[in-house]
Ligand binder design. Structure first.
Ligand SMILES: NC(=O)c1ccc[n+]([C@@H]2O[C@H](COP(=O)([O-])OP(=O)(O)OC[C@H]3O[C@@H](n4cnc5c(N)ncnc54)[C@H](O)[C@@H]3O)[C@@H](O)[C@H]2O)c1
Ligand SMILES: O=c1ccn([C@@H]2O[C@H](COP(=O)(O)OP(=O)(O)O[C@H]3O[C@H](CO)[C@@H](O)[C@H](O)[C@H]3O)[C@@H](O)[C@H]2O)c(=O)[nH]1
Length: 438
Protein backbone atom coordinates (compact mmCIF):
# COMPACT_ATOMS: atom_id res chain seq x y z
CA UNK A 1 0.00 0.00 0.00
CA UNK A 2 1.32 3.39 -0.99
CA UNK A 3 1.16 5.98 1.76
CA UNK A 4 4.01 8.37 0.90
CA UNK A 5 4.77 9.14 -2.72
CA UNK A 6 7.14 11.40 -4.57
CA UNK A 7 6.45 13.55 -7.62
CA UNK A 8 9.35 14.84 -9.70
CA UNK A 9 8.54 18.00 -11.67
CA UNK A 10 6.05 20.58 -10.37
CA UNK A 11 4.64 21.76 -13.70
CA UNK A 12 1.15 21.33 -15.14
CA UNK A 13 1.21 17.56 -14.71
CA UNK A 14 3.41 17.21 -11.61
CA UNK A 15 1.87 19.96 -9.52
CA UNK A 16 -1.65 18.89 -10.45
CA UNK A 17 -0.86 15.23 -9.64
CA UNK A 18 0.79 16.17 -6.34
CA UNK A 19 -2.01 18.46 -5.20
CA UNK A 20 -4.79 16.08 -6.29
CA UNK A 21 -3.16 13.01 -4.71
CA UNK A 22 -2.71 14.96 -1.45
CA UNK A 23 -6.40 15.85 -1.73
CA UNK A 24 -7.19 12.14 -2.18
CA UNK A 25 -5.42 11.39 1.11
CA UNK A 26 -1.83 10.50 0.16
CA UNK A 27 1.27 12.09 1.65
CA UNK A 28 3.16 13.68 -1.24
CA UNK A 29 6.65 15.12 -1.57
CA UNK A 30 7.03 17.10 -4.78
CA UNK A 31 10.53 17.85 -6.09
CA UNK A 32 11.42 20.51 -8.64
CA UNK A 33 14.82 21.96 -9.49
CA UNK A 34 13.41 25.48 -9.93
CA UNK A 35 14.29 27.14 -6.61
CA UNK A 36 12.02 30.17 -7.13
CA UNK A 37 9.06 27.93 -8.03
CA UNK A 38 9.58 25.73 -4.97
CA UNK A 39 9.85 28.80 -2.69
CA UNK A 40 6.56 30.13 -4.03
CA UNK A 41 4.84 26.77 -3.75
CA UNK A 42 6.03 26.45 -0.15
CA UNK A 43 4.32 29.81 0.45
CA UNK A 44 1.13 28.38 -1.12
CA UNK A 45 1.55 30.41 -4.32
CA UNK A 46 0.65 28.77 -7.65
CA UNK A 47 1.73 30.61 -10.77
CA UNK A 48 -0.12 28.61 -13.42
CA UNK A 49 -3.75 29.43 -14.17
CA UNK A 50 -5.49 26.15 -13.31
CA UNK A 51 -8.90 26.39 -11.69
CA UNK A 52 -8.93 24.87 -8.19
CA UNK A 53 -5.21 24.10 -8.11
CA UNK A 54 -4.14 26.84 -5.68
CA UNK A 55 -6.87 25.82 -3.21
CA UNK A 56 -5.71 22.18 -3.31
CA UNK A 57 -2.08 23.22 -2.78
CA UNK A 58 -2.98 25.35 0.23
CA UNK A 59 -5.23 22.60 1.64
CA UNK A 60 -2.51 19.97 1.13
CA UNK A 61 0.00 22.11 2.99
CA UNK A 62 -2.42 22.97 5.80
CA UNK A 63 -3.07 19.24 6.35
CA UNK A 64 0.71 18.56 6.20
CA UNK A 65 0.21 16.17 3.29
CA UNK A 66 2.06 18.14 0.64
CA UNK A 67 5.72 19.18 0.72
CA UNK A 68 7.79 20.94 -1.92
CA UNK A 69 11.55 20.74 -2.12
CA UNK A 70 14.47 21.04 -4.50
CA UNK A 71 16.24 18.18 -2.71
CA UNK A 72 15.63 14.94 -4.60
CA UNK A 73 17.27 12.88 -1.81
CA UNK A 74 14.15 13.53 0.30
CA UNK A 75 12.53 10.83 -1.86
CA UNK A 76 14.76 8.16 -0.28
CA UNK A 77 11.94 6.59 1.71
CA UNK A 78 8.93 6.99 -0.60
CA UNK A 79 6.88 4.01 -1.82
CA UNK A 80 6.36 5.29 -5.34
CA UNK A 81 7.64 8.10 -7.58
CA UNK A 82 5.67 9.81 -10.36
CA UNK A 83 7.96 11.19 -13.08
CA UNK A 84 6.36 14.38 -14.43
CA UNK A 85 9.40 15.85 -16.13
CA UNK A 86 9.47 17.82 -19.38
CA UNK A 87 10.01 15.78 -22.56
CA UNK A 88 10.17 18.56 -25.17
CA UNK A 89 10.64 18.25 -28.90
CA UNK A 90 14.29 18.41 -29.90
CA UNK A 91 15.51 20.39 -32.93
CA UNK A 92 15.25 17.25 -35.09
CA UNK A 93 11.59 16.69 -34.14
CA UNK A 94 12.37 13.76 -31.84
CA UNK A 95 11.48 13.75 -28.14
CA UNK A 96 14.32 15.10 -26.00
CA UNK A 97 14.77 12.81 -22.99
CA UNK A 98 17.81 14.51 -21.46
CA UNK A 99 16.08 15.68 -18.26
CA UNK A 100 14.11 12.44 -17.90
CA UNK A 101 17.23 10.29 -18.30
CA UNK A 102 19.52 12.34 -16.06
CA UNK A 103 16.87 12.41 -13.32
CA UNK A 104 16.49 8.62 -13.45
CA UNK A 105 20.26 8.28 -13.05
CA UNK A 106 20.06 10.37 -9.86
CA UNK A 107 16.98 8.56 -8.55
CA UNK A 108 18.74 5.24 -9.01
CA UNK A 109 21.14 6.28 -6.26
CA UNK A 110 18.41 7.59 -3.96
CA UNK A 111 15.36 5.32 -3.91
CA UNK A 112 14.76 2.44 -1.51
CA UNK A 113 14.46 -1.13 -2.86
CA UNK A 114 11.03 -1.86 -4.31
CA UNK A 115 10.03 1.77 -4.83
CA UNK A 116 7.65 1.89 -7.83
CA UNK A 117 8.76 4.10 -10.75
CA UNK A 118 5.76 5.58 -12.58
CA UNK A 119 6.21 7.46 -15.85
CA UNK A 120 3.55 10.13 -16.34
CA UNK A 121 5.68 12.16 -18.74
CA UNK A 122 4.90 11.48 -22.39
CA UNK A 123 7.86 9.42 -23.58
CA UNK A 124 8.91 7.74 -26.82
CA UNK A 125 7.71 4.22 -27.49
CA UNK A 126 10.00 1.72 -25.82
CA UNK A 127 11.12 4.02 -23.02
CA UNK A 128 9.64 1.83 -20.25
CA UNK A 129 11.96 -0.99 -21.25
CA UNK A 130 14.99 1.30 -20.87
CA UNK A 131 14.10 2.65 -17.42
CA UNK A 132 15.92 -0.04 -15.34
CA UNK A 133 19.13 0.63 -17.25
CA UNK A 134 18.70 4.41 -16.87
CA UNK A 135 18.15 3.93 -13.13
CA UNK A 136 21.09 1.55 -12.91
CA UNK A 137 18.77 -0.67 -10.86
CA UNK A 138 16.81 -3.83 -11.64
CA UNK A 139 14.95 -3.99 -8.31
CA UNK A 140 12.49 -1.15 -8.95
CA UNK A 141 9.15 -1.98 -10.62
CA UNK A 142 8.45 0.22 -13.66
CA UNK A 143 4.95 1.33 -14.64
CA UNK A 144 3.77 3.56 -17.51
CA UNK A 145 0.84 5.73 -16.55
CA UNK A 146 0.40 8.36 -19.29
CA UNK A 147 -1.46 11.51 -18.34
CA UNK A 148 -4.36 12.83 -20.42
CA UNK A 149 -5.25 16.05 -18.58
CA UNK A 150 -5.90 19.23 -20.53
CA UNK A 151 -4.45 22.57 -19.53
CA UNK A 152 -7.12 24.83 -18.10
CA UNK A 153 -8.97 21.73 -16.84
CA UNK A 154 -6.07 20.02 -15.10
CA UNK A 155 -7.63 19.45 -11.67
CA UNK A 156 -11.02 18.46 -13.04
CA UNK A 157 -9.40 16.03 -15.51
CA UNK A 158 -7.11 14.50 -12.88
CA UNK A 159 -9.92 13.94 -10.38
CA UNK A 160 -12.45 12.81 -13.01
CA UNK A 161 -10.45 11.16 -15.80
CA UNK A 162 -12.25 9.48 -18.70
CA UNK A 163 -9.86 6.59 -18.23
CA UNK A 164 -6.66 5.64 -16.45
CA UNK A 165 -4.13 3.67 -18.49
CA UNK A 166 -1.58 1.61 -16.57
CA UNK A 167 1.07 -0.24 -18.53
CA UNK A 168 3.30 -2.76 -16.82
CA UNK A 169 5.03 -6.04 -17.56
CA UNK A 170 3.50 -9.11 -15.91
CA UNK A 171 6.35 -9.18 -13.37
CA UNK A 172 5.17 -5.79 -12.08
CA UNK A 173 1.52 -6.63 -11.65
CA UNK A 174 1.50 -5.74 -7.93
CA UNK A 175 3.10 -2.39 -8.70
CA UNK A 176 0.46 -1.75 -11.39
CA UNK A 177 -2.25 -2.43 -8.79
CA UNK A 178 -0.60 0.05 -6.42
CA UNK A 179 -0.74 2.67 -9.17
CA UNK A 180 -4.40 1.82 -9.86
CA UNK A 181 -5.13 2.33 -6.15
CA UNK A 182 -4.01 5.97 -6.46
CA UNK A 183 -7.06 6.57 -8.66
CA UNK A 184 -9.55 4.36 -6.79
CA UNK A 185 -11.44 7.36 -5.39
CA UNK A 186 -11.92 8.87 -8.87
CA UNK A 187 -14.08 5.93 -9.96
CA UNK A 188 -12.51 6.11 -13.44
CA UNK A 189 -12.19 2.99 -15.60
CA UNK A 190 -8.68 1.57 -15.22
CA UNK A 191 -7.17 -0.16 -18.23
CA UNK A 192 -4.23 -2.47 -17.47
CA UNK A 193 -1.98 -2.93 -20.48
CA UNK A 194 1.59 -3.75 -21.35
CA UNK A 195 3.97 -0.75 -21.31
CA UNK A 196 4.17 -0.38 -25.12
CA UNK A 197 0.37 -0.21 -25.38
CA UNK A 198 0.24 2.50 -22.71
CA UNK A 199 2.95 4.52 -24.46
CA UNK A 200 1.25 4.21 -27.86
CA UNK A 201 -2.17 5.11 -26.39
CA UNK A 202 -0.86 8.50 -25.27
CA UNK A 203 0.60 9.44 -28.65
CA UNK A 204 -2.33 7.92 -30.53
CA UNK A 205 -4.83 10.01 -28.56
CA UNK A 206 -3.04 13.31 -29.13
CA UNK A 207 -2.39 12.58 -32.80
CA UNK A 208 -6.04 11.68 -33.31
CA UNK A 209 -7.10 15.01 -31.77
CA UNK A 210 -4.64 16.79 -34.06
CA UNK A 211 -6.08 15.00 -37.11
CA UNK A 212 -9.61 15.95 -36.06
CA UNK A 213 -8.70 19.63 -35.62
CA UNK A 214 -6.81 19.74 -38.92
CA UNK A 215 -9.72 18.02 -40.66
CA UNK A 216 -11.97 20.85 -39.55
CA UNK A 217 -9.53 23.54 -40.61
CA UNK A 218 -9.32 22.07 -44.12
CA UNK A 219 -13.11 21.70 -44.09
CA UNK A 220 -13.32 25.43 -43.27
CA UNK A 221 -11.38 26.16 -46.46
CA UNK A 222 -13.77 23.99 -48.46
CA UNK A 223 -16.79 25.68 -46.87
CA UNK A 224 -15.47 29.11 -47.80
CA UNK A 225 -14.99 28.07 -51.40
CA UNK A 226 -18.35 26.34 -51.90
CA UNK A 227 -20.60 28.70 -49.97
CA UNK A 228 -21.16 26.64 -46.81
CA UNK A 229 -20.75 27.53 -43.14
CA UNK A 230 -18.23 25.38 -41.25
CA UNK A 231 -19.77 26.11 -37.85
CA UNK A 232 -23.13 24.76 -38.99
CA UNK A 233 -21.49 21.80 -40.72
CA UNK A 234 -19.50 20.79 -37.62
CA UNK A 235 -22.50 21.30 -35.35
CA UNK A 236 -24.46 18.86 -37.48
CA UNK A 237 -21.51 16.43 -37.63
CA UNK A 238 -20.99 16.54 -33.86
CA UNK A 239 -24.55 15.44 -33.14
CA UNK A 240 -23.58 12.05 -34.52
CA UNK A 241 -22.44 10.09 -31.43
CA UNK A 242 -19.78 8.35 -33.50
CA UNK A 243 -18.16 11.69 -34.36
CA UNK A 244 -18.86 13.69 -31.13
CA UNK A 245 -18.74 17.48 -30.94
CA UNK A 246 -15.30 17.97 -29.37
CA UNK A 247 -12.35 19.08 -31.46
CA UNK A 248 -14.55 20.24 -34.30
CA UNK A 249 -13.86 23.97 -34.03
CA UNK A 250 -11.96 25.69 -36.82
CA UNK A 251 -9.18 27.99 -35.67
CA UNK A 252 -5.73 29.33 -36.41
CA UNK A 253 -4.18 25.88 -35.99
CA UNK A 254 -3.61 23.62 -33.02
CA UNK A 255 -0.73 24.18 -30.65
CA UNK A 256 0.33 23.97 -27.04
CA UNK A 257 3.05 22.04 -25.30
CA UNK A 258 1.72 18.62 -26.34
CA UNK A 259 0.00 18.17 -29.72
CA UNK A 260 2.86 19.52 -31.88
CA UNK A 261 5.62 17.59 -30.11
CA UNK A 262 3.58 14.42 -29.75
CA UNK A 263 2.55 14.26 -33.41
CA UNK A 264 6.19 14.78 -34.29
CA UNK A 265 7.31 12.00 -31.92
CA UNK A 266 4.64 9.63 -33.24
CA UNK A 267 5.74 10.28 -36.79
CA UNK A 268 9.31 9.55 -35.77
CA UNK A 269 8.27 6.29 -34.08
CA UNK A 270 6.19 5.25 -37.08
CA UNK A 271 9.07 5.95 -39.44
CA UNK A 272 11.44 3.87 -37.30
CA UNK A 273 8.87 1.06 -37.30
CA UNK A 274 8.53 1.24 -41.10
CA UNK A 275 4.96 2.58 -40.99
CA UNK A 276 3.94 5.42 -43.28
CA UNK A 277 1.56 7.39 -41.04
CA UNK A 278 0.61 9.84 -43.80
CA UNK A 279 -2.58 10.88 -42.00
CA UNK A 280 -0.61 12.35 -39.10
CA UNK A 281 1.92 13.92 -41.45
CA UNK A 282 -0.88 15.59 -43.41
CA UNK A 283 -2.49 16.88 -40.22
CA UNK A 284 0.82 18.52 -39.28
CA UNK A 285 1.21 20.01 -42.78
CA UNK A 286 -2.38 21.28 -42.76
CA UNK A 287 -1.64 22.92 -39.41
CA UNK A 288 1.30 24.87 -40.82
CA UNK A 289 -0.84 25.85 -43.84
CA UNK A 290 -3.59 27.07 -41.52
CA UNK A 291 -1.24 29.51 -39.82
CA UNK A 292 -0.12 30.79 -43.23
CA UNK A 293 -3.78 31.16 -44.25
CA UNK A 294 -4.48 33.31 -41.20
CA UNK A 295 -1.52 35.55 -42.02
CA UNK A 296 -2.85 35.94 -45.58
CA UNK A 297 -6.33 36.74 -44.29
CA UNK A 298 -4.90 39.47 -42.07
CA UNK A 299 -2.88 40.86 -44.98
CA UNK A 300 -6.01 40.92 -47.16
CA UNK A 301 -8.04 42.62 -44.43
CA UNK A 302 -5.38 45.28 -43.88
CA UNK A 303 -4.21 45.95 -47.43
CA UNK A 304 -7.13 44.76 -49.54
CA UNK A 305 -4.94 42.26 -51.36
CA UNK A 306 -3.30 38.91 -50.62
CA UNK A 307 0.14 40.24 -51.51
CA UNK A 308 -0.17 43.77 -50.11
CA UNK A 309 2.58 45.13 -47.85
CA UNK A 310 2.19 45.15 -44.08
CA UNK A 311 5.21 47.37 -43.51
CA UNK A 312 4.30 49.92 -40.86
CA UNK A 313 0.70 48.65 -40.49
CA UNK A 314 -0.54 48.73 -36.89
CA UNK A 315 -2.39 45.54 -35.94
CA UNK A 316 -4.15 44.81 -32.66
CA UNK A 317 -4.01 41.21 -31.46
CA UNK A 318 -6.60 39.72 -29.10
CA UNK A 319 -5.30 36.46 -27.63
CA UNK A 320 -1.82 34.98 -27.40
CA UNK A 321 -2.35 31.72 -25.48
CA UNK A 322 -2.65 28.50 -27.50
CA UNK A 323 -6.26 28.20 -26.34
CA UNK A 324 -8.60 29.95 -23.92
CA UNK A 325 -8.38 29.07 -20.24
CA UNK A 326 -4.60 29.06 -20.00
CA UNK A 327 -1.77 31.56 -20.06
CA UNK A 328 0.55 28.99 -21.63
CA UNK A 329 2.32 30.35 -24.69
CA UNK A 330 4.31 27.22 -25.54
CA UNK A 331 3.91 26.45 -29.24
CA UNK A 332 0.95 28.79 -29.48
CA UNK A 333 -0.28 29.31 -33.06
CA UNK A 334 -1.03 32.90 -32.01
CA UNK A 335 2.65 33.50 -31.31
CA UNK A 336 3.68 31.94 -34.65
CA UNK A 337 1.18 34.17 -36.48
CA UNK A 338 2.27 37.29 -34.57
CA UNK A 339 5.89 36.47 -35.43
CA UNK A 340 5.03 36.05 -39.11
CA UNK A 341 3.14 39.37 -39.21
CA UNK A 342 6.00 41.14 -37.40
CA UNK A 343 8.50 39.66 -39.88
CA UNK A 344 6.44 41.23 -42.67
CA UNK A 345 6.87 44.65 -41.09
CA UNK A 346 3.62 45.03 -39.11
CA UNK A 347 3.70 46.78 -35.73
CA UNK A 348 1.65 44.74 -33.29
CA UNK A 349 0.07 45.38 -29.92
CA UNK A 350 -1.29 42.29 -28.21
CA UNK A 351 -3.57 41.57 -25.28
CA UNK A 352 -4.38 38.27 -23.60
CA UNK A 353 -6.36 38.07 -20.35
CA UNK A 354 -3.98 35.42 -18.97
CA UNK A 355 -0.73 36.98 -20.11
CA UNK A 356 0.60 39.99 -18.20
CA UNK A 357 2.05 43.03 -19.97
CA UNK A 358 5.33 42.29 -18.19
CA UNK A 359 5.73 39.17 -20.31
CA UNK A 360 7.85 40.59 -23.11
CA UNK A 361 7.51 38.26 -26.08
CA UNK A 362 10.97 39.20 -27.29
CA UNK A 363 9.62 39.68 -30.83
CA UNK A 364 10.75 42.88 -32.53
CA UNK A 365 7.75 45.11 -33.29
CA UNK A 366 5.39 43.44 -30.82
CA UNK A 367 4.22 44.93 -27.52
CA UNK A 368 1.98 43.29 -24.91
CA UNK A 369 -0.54 45.40 -22.99
CA UNK A 370 -2.79 44.68 -20.02
CA UNK A 371 -5.83 46.55 -21.36
CA UNK A 372 -7.69 45.15 -24.39
CA UNK A 373 -8.73 48.63 -25.49
CA UNK A 374 -5.10 49.67 -25.96
CA UNK A 375 -4.66 47.21 -28.86
CA UNK A 376 -7.18 49.19 -30.91
CA UNK A 377 -5.35 52.51 -30.95
CA UNK A 378 -4.86 53.50 -34.60
CA UNK A 379 -5.07 49.83 -35.67
CA UNK A 380 -5.56 48.91 -39.32
CA UNK A 381 -7.22 45.68 -38.13
CA UNK A 382 -7.95 43.70 -34.97
CA UNK A 383 -7.19 39.99 -35.03
CA UNK A 384 -8.69 37.42 -32.62
CA UNK A 385 -6.34 34.46 -32.18
CA UNK A 386 -7.54 32.88 -28.90
CA UNK A 387 -11.18 32.06 -28.16
CA UNK A 388 -11.50 33.92 -24.83
CA UNK A 389 -15.28 34.35 -24.26
CA UNK A 390 -14.70 37.80 -22.75
CA UNK A 391 -13.75 39.13 -26.18
CA UNK A 392 -17.45 38.91 -27.04
CA UNK A 393 -18.38 41.37 -24.32
CA UNK A 394 -15.80 44.03 -25.10
CA UNK A 395 -17.27 47.46 -25.91
CA UNK A 396 -16.98 47.09 -29.67
CA UNK A 397 -18.39 50.57 -30.24
CA UNK A 398 -15.53 52.03 -28.21
CA UNK A 399 -13.07 49.83 -30.10
CA UNK A 400 -14.52 51.02 -33.43
CA UNK A 401 -13.86 54.62 -32.37
CA UNK A 402 -10.22 53.83 -31.52
CA UNK A 403 -9.19 51.89 -34.63
CA UNK A 404 -8.09 53.39 -37.93
CA UNK A 405 -10.04 50.77 -39.96
CA UNK A 406 -12.99 48.98 -38.34
CA UNK A 407 -12.20 45.43 -39.44
CA UNK A 408 -11.83 42.44 -37.16
CA UNK A 409 -10.28 39.17 -38.33
CA UNK A 410 -11.96 36.63 -36.03
CA UNK A 411 -9.89 33.45 -36.45
CA UNK A 412 -11.73 31.62 -33.65
CA UNK A 413 -15.24 32.50 -34.82
CA UNK A 414 -16.08 33.76 -31.32
CA UNK A 415 -17.60 37.11 -32.20
CA UNK A 416 -21.13 37.86 -33.29
CA UNK A 417 -21.08 39.35 -36.80
CA UNK A 418 -24.40 41.21 -36.32
CA UNK A 419 -23.27 42.85 -33.07
CA UNK A 420 -19.99 43.83 -34.66
CA UNK A 421 -21.82 45.29 -37.64
CA UNK A 422 -23.95 47.38 -35.27
CA UNK A 423 -20.73 48.68 -33.69
CA UNK A 424 -19.47 49.55 -37.16
CA UNK A 425 -17.02 46.67 -37.64
CA UNK A 426 -16.62 44.42 -40.64
CA UNK A 427 -15.93 40.87 -39.44
CA UNK A 428 -13.71 38.44 -41.36
CA UNK A 429 -14.45 34.94 -40.09
CA UNK A 430 -13.16 31.46 -40.75
CA UNK A 431 -15.01 28.92 -42.84
CA UNK A 432 -17.93 30.93 -44.16
CA UNK A 433 -18.55 31.84 -47.77
CA UNK A 434 -18.87 35.51 -46.80
CA UNK A 435 -15.12 35.68 -46.43
CA UNK A 436 -13.33 33.40 -48.90
CA UNK A 437 -9.92 32.09 -47.95
CA UNK A 438 -7.17 34.45 -48.91
N1 LIG B 1 0.90 20.08 -20.00
C1 LIG B 1 0.00 19.15 -20.20
O1 LIG B 1 -1.19 19.45 -20.39
C2 LIG B 1 0.38 17.70 -20.23
C3 LIG B 1 -0.64 16.73 -20.19
C4 LIG B 1 -0.30 15.39 -20.24
C5 LIG B 1 1.03 15.00 -20.33
N2 LIG B 1 2.00 15.96 -20.35
C6 LIG B 1 3.39 15.50 -20.36
O2 LIG B 1 3.87 15.58 -19.01
C7 LIG B 1 5.24 15.97 -18.97
C8 LIG B 1 5.39 17.23 -18.18
O3 LIG B 1 4.68 18.26 -18.83
P1 LIG B 1 4.31 19.62 -18.09
O4 LIG B 1 3.45 20.38 -19.03
O5 LIG B 1 3.84 19.36 -16.71
O6 LIG B 1 5.75 20.31 -18.03
P2 LIG B 1 6.13 21.65 -17.30
O7 LIG B 1 7.19 22.28 -18.10
O8 LIG B 1 4.90 22.43 -16.95
O9 LIG B 1 6.74 21.14 -15.92
C9 LIG B 1 7.94 20.45 -15.80
C10 LIG B 1 8.54 20.76 -14.44
O10 LIG B 1 9.71 19.98 -14.28
C11 LIG B 1 10.70 20.79 -13.65
N3 LIG B 1 12.02 20.24 -13.92
C12 LIG B 1 12.77 20.37 -15.05
N4 LIG B 1 13.92 19.70 -14.91
C13 LIG B 1 13.91 19.15 -13.67
C14 LIG B 1 14.82 18.35 -12.95
N5 LIG B 1 15.98 17.97 -13.49
N6 LIG B 1 14.49 17.97 -11.69
C15 LIG B 1 13.31 18.35 -11.14
N7 LIG B 1 12.40 19.10 -11.79
C16 LIG B 1 12.70 19.49 -13.04
C17 LIG B 1 10.47 22.17 -14.23
O11 LIG B 1 11.03 23.17 -13.39
C18 LIG B 1 8.95 22.23 -14.28
O12 LIG B 1 8.41 22.76 -13.09
C19 LIG B 1 5.66 16.07 -20.44
O13 LIG B 1 6.17 14.84 -20.84
C20 LIG B 1 4.34 16.34 -21.16
O14 LIG B 1 4.38 15.90 -22.50
C21 LIG B 1 1.72 17.28 -20.29
O1 LIG C 1 -11.86 21.99 -31.84
C1 LIG C 1 -10.71 22.31 -31.52
C2 LIG C 1 -10.12 21.91 -30.31
C3 LIG C 1 -8.83 22.30 -30.03
N1 LIG C 1 -8.15 23.07 -30.90
C4 LIG C 1 -6.78 23.48 -30.59
O2 LIG C 1 -6.01 22.33 -30.27
C5 LIG C 1 -4.96 22.69 -29.39
C6 LIG C 1 -4.88 21.72 -28.23
O3 LIG C 1 -6.01 21.87 -27.40
P1 LIG C 1 -6.20 20.92 -26.11
O4 LIG C 1 -6.14 19.52 -26.55
O5 LIG C 1 -7.39 21.36 -25.38
O6 LIG C 1 -4.88 21.32 -25.32
P2 LIG C 1 -3.92 20.62 -24.26
O7 LIG C 1 -4.23 21.19 -22.92
O8 LIG C 1 -2.55 20.75 -24.81
O9 LIG C 1 -4.34 19.08 -24.18
C7 LIG C 1 -3.90 18.10 -25.10
O10 LIG C 1 -2.59 17.68 -24.82
C8 LIG C 1 -2.42 17.16 -23.48
C9 LIG C 1 -0.94 16.86 -23.31
O11 LIG C 1 -0.56 15.66 -23.88
C10 LIG C 1 -3.29 15.92 -23.33
O12 LIG C 1 -3.10 15.37 -22.03
C11 LIG C 1 -4.74 16.29 -23.57
O13 LIG C 1 -5.55 15.13 -23.48
C12 LIG C 1 -4.85 16.90 -24.97
O14 LIG C 1 -6.19 17.35 -25.19
C13 LIG C 1 -5.22 24.14 -28.97
O15 LIG C 1 -4.37 25.00 -29.72
C14 LIG C 1 -6.66 24.36 -29.36
O16 LIG C 1 -6.98 25.71 -29.66
C15 LIG C 1 -8.72 23.48 -32.09
O17 LIG C 1 -8.11 24.19 -32.89
N2 LIG C 1 -10.00 23.08 -32.36
Amino acid sequence: MVSHLGVVGAGYVGLTSAACLAHLGFRVTCVDNDVAKVDRLCAGEVTIAEPGLADLVVAGRTRSRLDFTTDITTLAGVDLVLLCLPTPMGPDGACNLDVFESTLAILGGVLRPGCVIVTKSTVPLGTAGRVPRLLGRADLPVVSNPEFLREGHAVEDFLHPDRVVIGADAAYRDAAEEVAALYAETGAPVLHTDPATAEVTKYASNAFLAIKASYVNVLAELCERVGADVTEVTHAMGLDDRIAPDFLTAGPGWGGSCLPKDTSALLRAAEEAGVDFALVRDAVKANARQQATVVRKVRCAVTGSADGSLVGARIGILGLAFKAGTGDLRDSPAIAIVEALARQGAILTAYDPAVGAAVGLGIHGVGVVSDPYLVAEDAAALVVLTEWPEFRTLDWTALARAVRHPVVVDMRNVLDAAELATAGFRRVGLGTSAEPMA
